[in-house]
Design a protein around this ligand. Structure first.
Ligand SMILES: [Cu+2]
Length: 445
């Protein structure tokens, strides 16, 4: 932390923020580890689960898999405060967008059972096809330091991979069910013209059984930030266990210029100026064809995906742990923070660093089960909000809190260009959710 930042009145100091996080987290870890349901197997000893054995489906139901020592404050594997599992990195996930481009593949999370998530981008019958490989696998994933949860996943991670495509593309998903004993599907929240591709029981291929495969094909429409999830019954179990992810459909500026009314809530005459303004907005929203777009006055746009989720660790139909991108308090300052403003090597929990000279765009999704609503509130700042991301101009301007029901999602846009450097909190404004993990910080530089 720089000395001038320490003198700032407007920002929260890192040491104070770290104390708040530590207190909340220790209370939560204590309460969760007294439950019977969640696995207390520490991930340092259980990393094999993250590798090939996950494909074999050994972790389908681990609710009784309690090999830890509940009398040990640290569960035998180190103090609360640091995440040890390296399989899923919420910080990397924030800005990880998969376009199908197989030349830009990230490292596999499947060890020897390797395959490429991004299967390729190519033309077919005059249409761009973006192809992906999805595998349903059971995996244990850490939700609090030292505490794992038996997830049902797409591609070994919760949330599932973020797909990013352009309006009008064909999205081709080769889905394989790697579970030993459970059927799954993929249901997309898209304008889907073919009912057989809806990913629900008793329609088209219906449920994809253990070991079976099916190729889903979806038209990328409408523009927006969307959701995919498993639609197997009981639905709440499959969603709560982690079978969901984001699908972002970027607008094509040429389509917008041609037919602007489809993208903007505007009832006046469509002039050339209106067309150009709408097309410009489309360019700003399109990471695939206009990746280097810079809004006026800013260096660029920093995009993030935040999936609000929760975990019922004792399986009583009520969540005990909340977060964005699965890990409680993962974007908060930890006790192991260095106080010089640079995070120590190996640090697994830290605020989201953002550049005050960049415009921020958050793709926010609510995949919570068992609670009716979730919310996002940021401190010291107001944002523009685009419900489902389906319009190019905001539905609501200058708000600091947004409420979302299950499966609702939207785009938040804001910047911290007028703010002093430092830590700015954001969290669910259900105070209980915030205290149970859904509490985060931006570190503005
Ligand atoms: Cu499922």
């Amino acid at each position: 932390m720089s000395s001038d930042r320490q003198e700032s009145d407007s920002a929260i100091h890192e040491d104070d923020a770290g104390t708040v996080t530590r207190g909340l987290e220790e209370r939560l870890v204590d309460s969760v580890k007294n439950h019977d349901g969640v696995s207390r197997r520490a991930v340092l000893g259980g990393l094999a689960i993250a590798g090939g054995s996950a494909i074999a489906g050994t972790g389908a139901t681990r609710s009784d898999d309690d090999t830890g020592d509940s009398n040990d404050e640290t569960m035998g594997f180190g103090a609360p405060g640091t995440y040890t599992e390296e399989q899923f990195d919420p910080h990397g996930f924030l800005r990880e967008f998969n376009t199908g481009d197989s030349t830009n593949e990230r490292p596999s999370r499947f060890g020897e059972n390797d395959y490429n998530l991004n299967a390729g981008v190519y033309e077919e019958n005059g249409q761009t096809v973006r192809e992906f490989n999805f595998v349903a696998v059971p995996v244990e994933q850490e939700i609090l330091p030292g505490i794992t949860f038996p997830m049902w996943t797409f591609n070994g991670q919760v949330p599932g991979p973020t797909i990013r495509v352009e309006e009008g593309d064909l999205v081709r998903v080769n889905f394989t069910n790697g579970f030993p004993d459970m059927a799954h599907t993929i249901h997309p929240h898209l304008r889907n013209l073919n009912p057989r591709m809806d990913g629900i029981p008793q329609n088209g291929p219906g449920l994809i059984d253990s070991g079976e495969s099916f190729t889903y094909e979806w038209q990328a429409q409408p523009v927006g930030t969307h959701l995919y999830h498993c639609h197997m019954l009981p639905l709440k179990a499959h969603v709560h266990r982690g079978m969901y992810g984001s699908m972002i459909v970027d607008p094509k500026p040429e389509n917008v210029r041609e037919n602007p009314r489809q993208y903007i809530d505007y009832h006046g005459p469509i002039t050339d100026e209106v067309r150009e303004m709408a097309a410009e907005r489309a360019r700003s929203r399109n990471m695939i064809s206009h990746a280097d777009y810079s809004p006026e006055g800013f260096d660029g746009i920093d995009e993030m995906v935040m999936v609000m989720n929760g975990f019922d660790t004792n399986f009583d139909g009520d969540n005990e742990v909340y977060g964005v991108n699965t890990r409680g308090f993962c974007y908060a300052p930890a006790r192991t923070d260095a106080y010089n403003g640079e995070w120590e090597a190996g640090e697994t929990k830290h605020p989201i660093e953002i550049d005050g000279n960049e415009r921020q765009r958050v793709h926010l999704l609510n995949t919570i089960e068992f609670d009716f609503v979730n919310s996002f509130h940021c401190h010291s700042q107001f944002f523009d909000y685009y419900d489902a991301g389906t319009t190019l101009f905001p539905n609501r301007k200058t708000i600091d809190t947004v409420l979302m029901c299950q499966a609702q999602r939207g785009i938040l846009e804001f910047d911290y260009s007028n703010h002093e450097p430092g830590l700015y909190m954001f969290h669910a404004h259900q105070s209980e959710f915030a205290e149970l993990g859904w509490m985060s910080f931006f570190e503005v530089n």
